[in-house]
Design a protein around this ligand. Structure first.
Ligand code: G16
Length: 550
Protein backbone atom coordinates (compact mmCIF):
# COMPACT_ATOMS: atom_id res chain seq x y z
CA UNK A 1 0.00 0.00 0.00
CA UNK A 2 1.26 3.47 -0.82
CA UNK A 3 -0.08 6.97 -1.09
CA UNK A 4 0.29 8.44 -4.55
CA UNK A 5 0.12 11.96 -5.84
CA UNK A 6 -1.51 12.08 -9.25
CA UNK A 7 -1.84 15.15 -11.49
CA UNK A 8 -5.38 16.08 -12.47
CA UNK A 9 -7.23 18.51 -14.75
CA UNK A 10 -9.86 20.95 -13.54
CA UNK A 11 -13.57 20.38 -14.20
CA UNK A 12 -15.42 23.68 -14.30
CA UNK A 13 -18.93 22.40 -13.51
CA UNK A 14 -18.62 21.18 -9.93
CA UNK A 15 -20.69 23.80 -8.14
CA UNK A 16 -23.06 22.06 -5.68
CA UNK A 17 -26.76 22.87 -6.15
CA UNK A 18 -29.68 22.89 -3.70
CA UNK A 19 -28.36 19.70 -2.15
CA UNK A 20 -24.86 18.67 -3.18
CA UNK A 21 -23.34 17.94 -6.58
CA UNK A 22 -25.74 16.05 -8.83
CA UNK A 23 -24.91 14.97 -12.35
CA UNK A 24 -25.63 12.22 -14.81
CA UNK A 25 -23.80 8.99 -13.94
CA UNK A 26 -21.81 9.34 -17.18
CA UNK A 27 -20.45 12.67 -16.00
CA UNK A 28 -19.41 11.22 -12.64
CA UNK A 29 -17.73 8.26 -14.34
CA UNK A 30 -15.33 10.43 -16.33
CA UNK A 31 -11.78 9.80 -15.13
CA UNK A 32 -11.06 11.90 -12.00
CA UNK A 33 -14.48 13.57 -11.91
CA UNK A 34 -15.55 12.13 -8.55
CA UNK A 35 -11.95 12.14 -7.30
CA UNK A 36 -11.52 15.85 -8.03
CA UNK A 37 -14.63 16.83 -6.13
CA UNK A 38 -13.76 14.68 -3.12
CA UNK A 39 -10.14 15.87 -3.14
CA UNK A 40 -11.35 19.49 -3.21
CA UNK A 41 -13.69 18.74 -0.31
CA UNK A 42 -10.93 17.06 1.73
CA UNK A 43 -8.58 19.97 1.00
CA UNK A 44 -11.15 22.46 2.24
CA UNK A 45 -11.89 20.39 5.35
CA UNK A 46 -8.18 20.03 6.10
CA UNK A 47 -7.78 23.79 5.71
CA UNK A 48 -10.42 24.43 8.36
CA UNK A 49 -7.72 24.70 11.02
CA UNK A 50 -4.37 26.45 11.05
CA UNK A 51 -2.40 23.21 10.77
CA UNK A 52 -4.03 22.50 7.39
CA UNK A 53 -4.49 18.98 8.72
CA UNK A 54 -7.88 19.28 10.37
CA UNK A 55 -8.84 15.73 9.36
CA UNK A 56 -5.97 14.15 11.33
CA UNK A 57 -7.46 11.94 14.01
CA UNK A 58 -11.00 12.60 12.79
CA UNK A 59 -13.88 10.29 11.88
CA UNK A 60 -16.05 10.61 8.79
CA UNK A 61 -19.30 8.77 8.11
CA UNK A 62 -19.82 7.38 4.60
CA UNK A 63 -22.76 5.78 2.85
CA UNK A 64 -25.31 6.23 0.13
CA UNK A 65 -28.66 5.24 -1.26
CA UNK A 66 -27.27 2.23 -3.15
CA UNK A 67 -27.82 3.62 -6.61
CA UNK A 68 -25.63 2.71 -9.58
CA UNK A 69 -21.98 3.79 -8.99
CA UNK A 70 -22.48 3.86 -5.19
CA UNK A 71 -20.12 0.95 -4.56
CA UNK A 72 -17.35 2.16 -6.87
CA UNK A 73 -17.59 5.64 -5.36
CA UNK A 74 -17.28 4.23 -1.83
CA UNK A 75 -14.02 2.45 -2.67
CA UNK A 76 -12.59 5.55 -4.32
CA UNK A 77 -13.55 7.85 -1.45
CA UNK A 78 -11.93 5.50 1.08
CA UNK A 79 -8.66 5.65 -0.87
CA UNK A 80 -8.82 9.44 -1.00
CA UNK A 81 -9.77 9.76 2.66
CA UNK A 82 -6.89 7.50 3.74
CA UNK A 83 -4.43 9.59 1.73
CA UNK A 84 -5.71 12.87 3.14
CA UNK A 85 -5.29 12.16 6.82
CA UNK A 86 -8.71 10.85 7.90
CA UNK A 87 -8.27 8.53 10.90
CA UNK A 88 -11.48 6.56 10.72
CA UNK A 89 -14.48 6.03 8.48
CA UNK A 90 -17.80 4.63 9.64
CA UNK A 91 -19.20 2.99 6.53
CA UNK A 92 -22.73 1.66 6.19
CA UNK A 93 -22.65 -2.06 5.34
CA UNK A 94 -22.92 -2.55 1.58
CA UNK A 95 -22.16 1.15 1.18
CA UNK A 96 -25.74 1.79 2.35
CA UNK A 97 -26.88 4.59 4.63
CA UNK A 98 -30.01 6.67 4.18
CA UNK A 99 -29.52 10.43 4.37
CA UNK A 100 -31.30 10.64 7.75
CA UNK A 101 -29.16 7.75 9.00
CA UNK A 102 -25.94 9.54 8.01
CA UNK A 103 -27.13 12.52 10.01
CA UNK A 104 -28.04 10.32 12.98
CA UNK A 105 -24.70 8.48 12.94
CA UNK A 106 -22.68 11.71 12.70
CA UNK A 107 -24.50 13.11 15.72
CA UNK A 108 -24.63 9.99 17.87
CA UNK A 109 -20.96 9.13 17.30
CA UNK A 110 -19.75 12.72 17.25
CA UNK A 111 -18.07 12.32 13.90
CA UNK A 112 -16.33 15.25 12.21
CA UNK A 113 -18.76 14.99 9.29
CA UNK A 114 -20.07 12.64 6.64
CA UNK A 115 -20.31 12.05 2.93
CA UNK A 116 -23.67 11.09 1.45
CA UNK A 117 -23.75 9.42 -1.94
CA UNK A 118 -27.15 10.16 -3.39
CA UNK A 119 -29.00 12.12 -6.00
CA UNK A 120 -32.03 11.77 -3.75
CA UNK A 121 -35.30 11.72 -5.70
CA UNK A 122 -33.58 11.80 -9.11
CA UNK A 123 -33.77 8.58 -11.16
CA UNK A 124 -30.84 6.13 -10.93
CA UNK A 125 -29.13 3.49 -13.07
CA UNK A 126 -26.38 3.82 -15.70
CA UNK A 127 -28.41 6.50 -17.53
CA UNK A 128 -29.69 8.12 -14.35
CA UNK A 129 -28.15 10.52 -11.86
CA UNK A 130 -25.52 10.27 -9.18
CA UNK A 131 -24.74 12.73 -6.44
CA UNK A 132 -22.50 13.51 -3.52
CA UNK A 133 -22.83 15.90 -0.64
CA UNK A 134 -21.03 16.68 2.57
CA UNK A 135 -22.70 16.91 5.96
CA UNK A 136 -20.97 18.75 8.77
CA UNK A 137 -20.46 17.79 12.40
CA UNK A 138 -23.99 18.88 13.34
CA UNK A 139 -25.25 16.17 10.96
CA UNK A 140 -26.63 18.69 8.49
CA UNK A 141 -25.86 19.62 4.89
CA UNK A 142 -22.81 21.86 4.53
CA UNK A 143 -23.65 25.54 4.45
CA UNK A 144 -23.15 27.71 1.38
CA UNK A 145 -19.83 29.07 2.62
CA UNK A 146 -18.39 25.58 2.65
CA UNK A 147 -19.95 24.42 -0.62
CA UNK A 148 -18.70 27.57 -2.35
CA UNK A 149 -15.21 27.00 -0.92
CA UNK A 150 -15.24 23.46 -2.32
CA UNK A 151 -16.37 24.76 -5.71
CA UNK A 152 -13.59 27.36 -5.69
CA UNK A 153 -11.12 24.64 -4.85
CA UNK A 154 -12.27 22.40 -7.72
CA UNK A 155 -11.36 25.23 -10.11
CA UNK A 156 -7.71 25.33 -9.08
CA UNK A 157 -7.10 21.67 -8.26
CA UNK A 158 -3.90 20.23 -9.72
CA UNK A 159 -3.35 16.94 -7.91
CA UNK A 160 -5.04 14.04 -6.17
CA UNK A 161 -3.74 12.19 -3.12
CA UNK A 162 -4.81 8.62 -3.34
CA UNK A 163 -3.96 5.31 -1.71
CA UNK A 164 -3.40 2.35 -3.99
CA UNK A 165 -4.64 -0.05 -1.29
CA UNK A 166 -6.90 -2.90 -2.42
CA UNK A 167 -10.67 -2.48 -2.13
CA UNK A 168 -12.17 -3.28 1.25
CA UNK A 169 -15.01 -5.79 1.73
CA UNK A 170 -17.88 -3.40 2.35
CA UNK A 171 -20.35 -6.22 2.98
CA UNK A 172 -18.55 -7.49 6.08
CA UNK A 173 -19.35 -5.82 9.41
CA UNK A 174 -16.40 -4.85 11.57
CA UNK A 175 -12.97 -3.30 11.29
CA UNK A 176 -10.71 -3.14 8.24
CA UNK A 177 -7.79 -0.96 7.30
CA UNK A 178 -6.87 1.31 4.38
CA UNK A 179 -3.32 2.58 4.99
CA UNK A 180 -3.42 3.96 8.53
CA UNK A 181 -7.12 4.66 8.31
CA UNK A 182 -9.53 2.39 10.12
CA UNK A 183 -12.77 1.52 8.32
CA UNK A 184 -15.58 0.29 10.53
CA UNK A 185 -18.38 -1.27 8.52
CA UNK A 186 -21.53 -0.65 10.57
CA UNK A 187 -25.13 -1.85 10.56
CA UNK A 188 -26.88 0.95 8.59
CA UNK A 189 -30.08 0.71 10.64
CA UNK A 190 -28.96 0.36 14.28
CA UNK A 191 -28.22 3.98 15.28
CA UNK A 192 -31.23 5.29 13.42
CA UNK A 193 -33.59 2.75 14.99
CA UNK A 194 -32.26 3.61 18.46
CA UNK A 195 -33.08 7.26 17.83
CA UNK A 196 -36.62 6.44 16.70
CA UNK A 197 -37.16 4.45 19.90
CA UNK A 198 -36.29 7.55 21.91
CA UNK A 199 -38.83 9.74 20.09
CA UNK A 200 -41.89 7.54 19.61
CA UNK A 201 -44.01 5.33 21.82
CA UNK A 202 -43.21 1.97 20.25
CA UNK A 203 -45.62 0.18 22.62
CA UNK A 204 -48.49 2.30 21.35
CA UNK A 205 -47.54 1.48 17.76
CA UNK A 206 -47.17 -2.23 18.51
CA UNK A 207 -50.62 -2.15 20.07
CA UNK A 208 -52.09 -0.64 16.91
CA UNK A 209 -50.68 -3.42 14.75
CA UNK A 210 -51.77 -6.03 17.29
CA UNK A 211 -55.29 -4.76 16.95
CA UNK A 212 -55.18 -5.10 13.17
CA UNK A 213 -54.07 -1.67 11.92
CA UNK A 214 -52.83 -1.96 8.33
CA UNK A 215 -50.40 0.08 6.28
CA UNK A 216 -48.59 0.08 2.97
CA UNK A 217 -45.20 1.75 2.78
CA UNK A 218 -43.66 2.02 -0.69
CA UNK A 219 -39.88 2.26 -0.40
CA UNK A 220 -39.65 2.61 -4.21
CA UNK A 221 -36.75 0.08 -4.45
CA UNK A 222 -34.60 2.65 -2.69
CA UNK A 223 -32.67 2.90 0.54
CA UNK A 224 -35.65 3.34 2.88
CA UNK A 225 -36.63 -0.32 2.46
CA UNK A 226 -34.25 -1.90 4.98
CA UNK A 227 -35.08 0.76 7.58
CA UNK A 228 -38.84 0.46 7.15
CA UNK A 229 -38.72 -3.35 7.18
CA UNK A 230 -36.56 -3.50 10.31
CA UNK A 231 -38.60 -0.97 12.27
CA UNK A 232 -42.18 -1.32 11.04
CA UNK A 233 -42.32 -5.04 10.34
CA UNK A 234 -39.45 -6.25 12.52
CA UNK A 235 -39.86 -4.21 15.66
CA UNK A 236 -43.41 -2.92 15.61
CA UNK A 237 -45.13 -6.00 14.23
CA UNK A 238 -46.72 -4.55 11.10
CA UNK A 239 -47.89 -7.44 8.90
CA UNK A 240 -45.15 -8.93 6.69
CA UNK A 241 -45.37 -7.37 3.25
CA UNK A 242 -46.53 -3.98 4.58
CA UNK A 243 -43.33 -2.49 3.17
CA UNK A 244 -43.21 -2.95 -0.59
CA UNK A 245 -40.39 -2.37 -3.08
CA UNK A 246 -38.22 -2.80 -0.03
CA UNK A 247 -34.91 -3.83 -1.54
CA UNK A 248 -32.56 -1.04 -2.63
CA UNK A 249 -31.78 -1.60 -6.32
CA UNK A 250 -29.10 0.18 -8.34
CA UNK A 251 -31.66 1.51 -10.83
CA UNK A 252 -34.60 1.56 -8.37
CA UNK A 253 -36.13 -1.16 -10.55
CA UNK A 254 -36.96 1.54 -13.09
CA UNK A 255 -39.11 3.47 -10.59
CA UNK A 256 -38.65 7.21 -10.19
CA UNK A 257 -38.12 7.37 -6.42
CA UNK A 258 -39.74 10.76 -6.00
CA UNK A 259 -42.83 10.23 -3.87
CA UNK A 260 -45.55 12.45 -5.24
CA UNK A 261 -48.95 11.76 -6.76
CA UNK A 262 -47.36 11.33 -10.21
CA UNK A 263 -44.56 8.91 -9.35
CA UNK A 264 -46.35 7.04 -6.58
CA UNK A 265 -49.38 6.13 -8.66
CA UNK A 266 -49.25 2.48 -7.66
CA UNK A 267 -49.49 3.43 -3.98
CA UNK A 268 -52.34 5.82 -4.71
CA UNK A 269 -54.19 3.08 -6.57
CA UNK A 270 -53.82 0.80 -3.53
CA UNK A 271 -55.03 3.55 -1.22
CA UNK A 272 -58.07 4.15 -3.43
CA UNK A 273 -59.02 0.44 -3.65
CA UNK A 274 -61.94 -1.04 -1.76
CA UNK A 275 -59.58 -3.04 0.46
CA UNK A 276 -57.17 -0.16 1.06
CA UNK A 277 -55.03 -0.29 4.20
CA UNK A 278 -55.59 2.27 6.94
CA UNK A 279 -52.46 4.24 6.10
CA UNK A 280 -50.11 4.64 3.15
CA UNK A 281 -46.73 6.28 2.74
CA UNK A 282 -43.76 6.44 0.41
CA UNK A 283 -40.15 7.55 0.67
CA UNK A 284 -37.67 8.75 -1.94
CA UNK A 285 -34.25 7.53 -3.14
CA UNK A 286 -32.35 8.41 0.03
CA UNK A 287 -35.36 8.11 2.37
CA UNK A 288 -35.42 11.70 3.53
CA UNK A 289 -38.67 12.59 1.78
CA UNK A 290 -42.09 11.26 2.65
CA UNK A 291 -45.54 11.18 1.20
CA UNK A 292 -48.46 10.43 3.50
CA UNK A 293 -51.86 9.06 2.51
CA UNK A 294 -55.07 7.91 4.09
CA UNK A 295 -57.76 5.85 2.41
CA UNK A 296 -58.61 7.74 -0.75
CA UNK A 297 -56.79 10.76 0.57
CA UNK A 298 -53.39 12.36 -0.13
CA UNK A 299 -51.91 14.76 2.43
CA UNK A 300 -49.94 17.69 0.99
CA UNK A 301 -46.50 18.14 2.54
CA UNK A 302 -47.46 21.65 3.63
CA UNK A 303 -50.53 20.36 5.47
CA UNK A 304 -48.43 17.58 6.95
CA UNK A 305 -46.12 20.11 8.59
CA UNK A 306 -49.08 22.12 9.88
CA UNK A 307 -50.72 19.04 11.42
CA UNK A 308 -47.48 17.82 12.95
CA UNK A 309 -47.05 21.21 14.57
CA UNK A 310 -50.62 21.26 15.86
CA UNK A 311 -50.38 17.78 17.43
CA UNK A 312 -46.69 17.47 18.29
CA UNK A 313 -47.20 17.24 22.04
CA UNK A 314 -48.96 13.88 21.54
CA UNK A 315 -45.58 12.39 20.63
CA UNK A 316 -43.22 11.55 23.54
CA UNK A 317 -40.21 13.20 21.85
CA UNK A 318 -42.10 16.50 21.63
CA UNK A 319 -44.34 16.29 24.69
CA UNK A 320 -42.83 19.42 26.23
CA UNK A 321 -43.80 21.51 23.21
CA UNK A 322 -41.96 23.03 20.29
CA UNK A 323 -39.39 25.82 20.31
CA UNK A 324 -40.57 27.09 16.95
CA UNK A 325 -41.18 25.95 13.40
CA UNK A 326 -39.70 26.73 10.00
CA UNK A 327 -40.80 26.22 6.44
CA UNK A 328 -39.20 26.99 3.10
CA UNK A 329 -40.60 30.04 1.35
CA UNK A 330 -42.56 28.17 -1.35
CA UNK A 331 -44.16 25.86 1.26
CA UNK A 332 -47.76 26.87 1.99
CA UNK A 333 -48.51 29.14 4.92
CA UNK A 334 -50.70 26.49 6.61
CA UNK A 335 -48.13 26.03 9.38
CA UNK A 336 -47.94 29.79 9.96
CA UNK A 337 -51.56 29.75 11.12
CA UNK A 338 -50.89 26.96 13.61
CA UNK A 339 -47.74 28.66 14.88
CA UNK A 340 -49.67 31.88 15.39
CA UNK A 341 -52.42 30.09 17.31
CA UNK A 342 -49.86 28.32 19.52
CA UNK A 343 -47.70 31.42 19.98
CA UNK A 344 -44.69 29.76 18.32
CA UNK A 345 -41.96 31.54 16.36
CA UNK A 346 -42.28 30.68 12.66
CA UNK A 347 -39.43 31.15 10.18
CA UNK A 348 -39.53 31.33 6.39
CA UNK A 349 -36.28 30.19 4.75
CA UNK A 350 -35.06 29.68 1.19
CA UNK A 351 -35.50 26.25 -0.41
CA UNK A 352 -32.91 23.76 0.82
CA UNK A 353 -32.71 21.85 4.09
CA UNK A 354 -29.34 23.45 4.83
CA UNK A 355 -31.13 26.70 5.69
CA UNK A 356 -32.81 25.05 8.68
CA UNK A 357 -29.47 24.02 10.21
CA UNK A 358 -28.64 27.22 12.05
CA UNK A 359 -32.18 27.58 13.42
CA UNK A 360 -32.10 23.99 14.72
CA UNK A 361 -28.59 24.33 16.16
CA UNK A 362 -29.52 27.58 17.90
CA UNK A 363 -32.59 26.01 19.48
CA UNK A 364 -34.93 28.38 17.66
CA UNK A 365 -37.05 25.67 16.00
CA UNK A 366 -38.01 22.05 16.58
CA UNK A 367 -39.96 21.13 13.42
CA UNK A 368 -39.18 22.06 9.81
CA UNK A 369 -40.82 21.25 6.53
CA UNK A 370 -40.88 21.84 2.83
CA UNK A 371 -43.41 21.53 0.05
CA UNK A 372 -41.05 19.08 -1.69
CA UNK A 373 -42.25 16.20 0.52
CA UNK A 374 -39.79 16.89 3.32
CA UNK A 375 -40.46 17.10 7.04
CA UNK A 376 -38.09 16.71 9.94
CA UNK A 377 -37.16 17.84 13.40
CA UNK A 378 -34.29 18.65 15.69
CA UNK A 379 -33.60 14.91 16.22
CA UNK A 380 -31.21 15.12 13.24
CA UNK A 381 -30.25 17.80 10.71
CA UNK A 382 -31.92 16.29 7.63
CA UNK A 383 -35.49 15.75 6.65
CA UNK A 384 -36.56 12.26 7.53
CA UNK A 385 -39.01 10.03 5.65
CA UNK A 386 -39.46 7.18 8.10
CA UNK A 387 -39.61 9.56 11.07
CA UNK A 388 -42.54 11.30 9.34
CA UNK A 389 -44.24 7.94 8.81
CA UNK A 390 -43.80 7.06 12.50
CA UNK A 391 -45.09 10.52 13.43
CA UNK A 392 -48.27 10.07 11.39
CA UNK A 393 -48.76 6.53 12.69
CA UNK A 394 -48.45 7.90 16.21
CA UNK A 395 -50.97 10.67 15.52
CA UNK A 396 -53.47 8.06 14.37
CA UNK A 397 -52.69 5.88 17.38
CA UNK A 398 -52.92 8.71 19.90
CA UNK A 399 -56.12 10.28 18.54
CA UNK A 400 -57.89 7.20 17.14
CA UNK A 401 -58.63 9.30 14.05
CA UNK A 402 -57.99 8.42 10.42
CA UNK A 403 -55.66 10.49 8.24
CA UNK A 404 -58.60 12.06 6.45
CA UNK A 405 -60.38 12.92 9.72
CA UNK A 406 -57.23 14.47 11.12
CA UNK A 407 -56.72 16.68 8.07
CA UNK A 408 -60.32 17.74 7.48
CA UNK A 409 -60.82 18.64 11.14
CA UNK A 410 -57.61 20.65 10.92
CA UNK A 411 -59.05 22.62 7.98
CA UNK A 412 -62.24 23.31 9.92
CA UNK A 413 -60.19 24.85 12.69
CA UNK A 414 -57.52 26.70 10.73
CA UNK A 415 -58.91 26.99 7.21
CA UNK A 416 -57.42 25.25 4.19
CA UNK A 417 -54.44 26.41 2.17
CA UNK A 418 -55.13 24.98 -1.29
CA UNK A 419 -51.75 24.27 -2.78
CA UNK A 420 -50.12 22.93 -5.90
CA UNK A 421 -46.73 22.95 -7.57
CA UNK A 422 -46.43 22.95 -11.36
CA UNK A 423 -43.08 21.85 -12.76
CA UNK A 424 -41.99 22.74 -16.27
CA UNK A 425 -39.08 20.37 -16.80
CA UNK A 426 -36.33 20.27 -19.39
CA UNK A 427 -36.57 23.92 -20.45
CA UNK A 428 -33.55 25.39 -22.26
CA UNK A 429 -31.42 27.10 -19.62
CA UNK A 430 -31.36 30.44 -21.53
CA UNK A 431 -35.16 30.43 -21.85
CA UNK A 432 -35.60 29.75 -18.13
CA UNK A 433 -33.06 32.39 -17.13
CA UNK A 434 -34.64 34.98 -19.43
CA UNK A 435 -38.10 34.21 -18.01
CA UNK A 436 -36.88 34.77 -14.47
CA UNK A 437 -34.92 37.89 -15.42
CA UNK A 438 -37.98 39.41 -17.08
CA UNK A 439 -40.13 38.59 -14.07
CA UNK A 440 -37.60 40.28 -11.79
CA UNK A 441 -37.55 43.32 -14.03
CA UNK A 442 -41.36 43.47 -13.97
CA UNK A 443 -41.64 43.40 -10.18
CA UNK A 444 -42.20 47.17 -9.78
CA UNK A 445 -45.10 47.05 -12.25
CA UNK A 446 -46.66 44.05 -10.48
CA UNK A 447 -46.72 45.65 -7.07
CA UNK A 448 -50.30 46.83 -6.36
CA UNK A 449 -51.66 45.41 -9.63
CA UNK A 450 -55.15 43.87 -9.58
CA UNK A 451 -55.96 40.49 -11.12
CA UNK A 452 -59.72 39.90 -10.96
CA UNK A 453 -60.77 40.17 -7.32
CA UNK A 454 -57.20 39.98 -6.05
CA UNK A 455 -54.54 42.64 -5.71
CA UNK A 456 -50.81 42.06 -5.39
CA UNK A 457 -49.84 43.31 -1.95
CA UNK A 458 -46.17 42.35 -2.30
CA UNK A 459 -44.11 41.55 -5.41
CA UNK A 460 -40.50 40.74 -4.63
CA UNK A 461 -37.55 38.45 -5.13
CA UNK A 462 -37.24 36.56 -1.87
CA UNK A 463 -34.09 37.27 0.12
CA UNK A 464 -33.22 35.73 3.48
CA UNK A 465 -31.08 37.00 6.27
CA UNK A 466 -30.18 34.13 8.55
CA UNK A 467 -31.23 35.23 12.04
CA UNK A 468 -28.35 33.31 13.61
CA UNK A 469 -25.28 34.21 11.55
CA UNK A 470 -26.71 37.15 9.58
CA UNK A 471 -25.63 35.61 6.25
CA UNK A 472 -27.75 36.84 3.35
CA UNK A 473 -29.13 34.67 0.51
CA UNK A 474 -30.62 36.65 -2.36
CA UNK A 475 -32.60 35.79 -5.52
CA UNK A 476 -34.45 32.90 -3.91
CA UNK A 477 -37.63 33.15 -5.99
CA UNK A 478 -40.10 35.68 -7.33
CA UNK A 479 -43.13 36.06 -5.09
CA UNK A 480 -46.51 37.58 -5.74
CA UNK A 481 -48.41 37.80 -2.48
CA UNK A 482 -52.08 38.77 -2.78
CA UNK A 483 -54.32 40.63 -0.40
CA UNK A 484 -56.52 37.54 0.22
CA UNK A 485 -53.64 35.30 1.33
CA UNK A 486 -53.08 33.77 -2.13
CA UNK A 487 -49.52 33.40 -3.40
CA UNK A 488 -47.88 32.77 -6.78
CA UNK A 489 -44.19 31.91 -6.69
CA UNK A 490 -41.69 31.27 -9.46
CA UNK A 491 -38.23 29.78 -9.02
CA UNK A 492 -35.80 27.54 -10.83
CA UNK A 493 -35.01 24.15 -9.34
CA UNK A 494 -31.50 23.63 -8.01
CA UNK A 495 -31.56 19.83 -8.14
CA UNK A 496 -32.12 18.93 -11.79
CA UNK A 497 -29.43 17.59 -14.11
CA UNK A 498 -30.95 18.28 -17.55
CA UNK A 499 -31.77 21.77 -18.78
CA UNK A 500 -33.74 23.89 -16.31
CA UNK A 501 -36.89 23.17 -14.33
CA UNK A 502 -39.22 26.04 -13.62
CA UNK A 503 -41.28 25.54 -10.50
CA UNK A 504 -44.53 27.44 -10.18
CA UNK A 505 -46.12 27.30 -6.73
CA UNK A 506 -49.79 28.28 -6.36
CA UNK A 507 -51.65 28.74 -3.12
CA UNK A 508 -55.00 30.15 -2.01
CA UNK A 509 -56.65 30.26 1.38
CA UNK A 510 -60.19 29.06 2.12
CA UNK A 511 -61.78 29.47 5.52
CA UNK A 512 -65.33 28.59 4.47
CA UNK A 513 -65.95 24.91 5.38
CA UNK A 514 -68.42 24.62 2.50
CA UNK A 515 -65.57 25.17 0.04
CA UNK A 516 -62.83 23.17 1.72
CA UNK A 517 -63.24 19.94 -0.21
CA UNK A 518 -62.92 21.00 -3.82
CA UNK A 519 -60.51 19.60 -6.43
CA UNK A 520 -57.18 21.38 -5.94
CA UNK A 521 -56.28 22.06 -9.57
CA UNK A 522 -59.71 23.46 -10.34
CA UNK A 523 -59.57 25.68 -7.28
CA UNK A 524 -56.22 27.10 -8.41
CA UNK A 525 -56.99 27.56 -12.14
CA UNK A 526 -57.43 31.29 -11.77
CA UNK A 527 -54.04 31.70 -10.08
CA UNK A 528 -52.41 29.53 -12.75
CA UNK A 529 -53.86 31.91 -15.35
CA UNK A 530 -52.39 34.88 -13.47
CA UNK A 531 -48.99 33.17 -13.52
CA UNK A 532 -49.30 32.56 -17.25
CA UNK A 533 -50.35 36.15 -17.88
CA UNK A 534 -47.39 37.46 -15.91
CA UNK A 535 -44.67 35.07 -17.08
CA UNK A 536 -45.81 33.76 -20.49
CA UNK A 537 -44.51 30.29 -19.62
CA UNK A 538 -46.29 28.50 -22.43
CA UNK A 539 -45.25 30.91 -25.16
CA UNK A 540 -41.65 31.00 -23.99
CA UNK A 541 -41.23 27.26 -23.46
CA UNK A 542 -43.55 25.96 -26.16
CA UNK A 543 -45.04 23.66 -23.51
CA UNK A 544 -48.81 23.40 -23.32
CA UNK A 545 -48.79 22.75 -19.59
CA UNK A 546 -46.64 21.60 -16.70
CA UNK A 547 -44.87 18.25 -17.02
CA UNK A 548 -45.74 17.50 -13.39
CA UNK A 549 -48.51 18.98 -11.24
CA UNK A 550 -48.50 17.83 -7.62
C1 G16 B 1 -33.57 18.86 -2.06
C2 G16 B 1 -33.38 19.80 -0.90
C3 G16 B 1 -34.70 20.34 -0.45
C4 G16 B 1 -35.42 21.00 -1.61
C5 G16 B 1 -35.56 20.01 -2.74
C6 G16 B 1 -36.10 20.66 -3.99
O1 G16 B 1 -34.26 17.74 -1.64
O2 G16 B 1 -32.76 19.15 0.17
O3 G16 B 1 -34.47 21.25 0.57
O4 G16 B 1 -36.69 21.44 -1.21
O5 G16 B 1 -34.30 19.50 -3.09
O6 G16 B 1 -35.20 21.62 -4.42
P1 G16 B 1 -35.34 22.31 -5.83
O7 G16 B 1 -36.71 22.93 -5.84
O8 G16 B 1 -34.23 23.31 -5.88
O9 G16 B 1 -35.25 21.23 -6.89
P2 G16 B 1 -33.68 16.29 -1.92
O10 G16 B 1 -34.69 15.36 -1.34
O11 G16 B 1 -33.56 16.22 -3.41
O12 G16 B 1 -32.35 16.28 -1.25
Amino acid sequence: MAIQTIPTQVFTDQRPGTSGLRKKVGVFMQPHYLENFVQALLNVLNASDASNQALQGKTLVLGGDGRFYNRAAVQMILKLAAANGVARVLLGCGGILSTPAVSAVIRRRQAFGGIVLSASHNPGGPDGDFGIKYNAGNGGPANETLTEAVFARTKVLTELHLSNAPDIDMDRLGLQQVEHMQVEVIDPVADYAALMRELFDFDLLRGMFNRGFTLRVDAMNAVGGPYAKAILEGELGAPAGSVVNAEPLEDFGGLHPDPNPVNAQDLIAHMNAADAPDFGAAMDGDADRNMVLGRNFVVTPSDSLALMTAHATLIPGYKDGLLGVARSMPTSAAVDRVAKALGLPCFETPTGWKFFGNLLDAGRVTLCGEESYGTGSSHIREKDGLWAILFWLSLQGATGKSVQDLVTSHWLLYGRNYYTRHDYEGIAVEVANALMADLRAALPTLQGRAFGQRTVSLADDFAYTDPVDASVSKNQGVRLLFDDGARVIFRLSGTGTEGATLRLYLESYEDDPVHQNEPVQAKLTELAAVAEQVAGIRIRTGMTGPSVAT
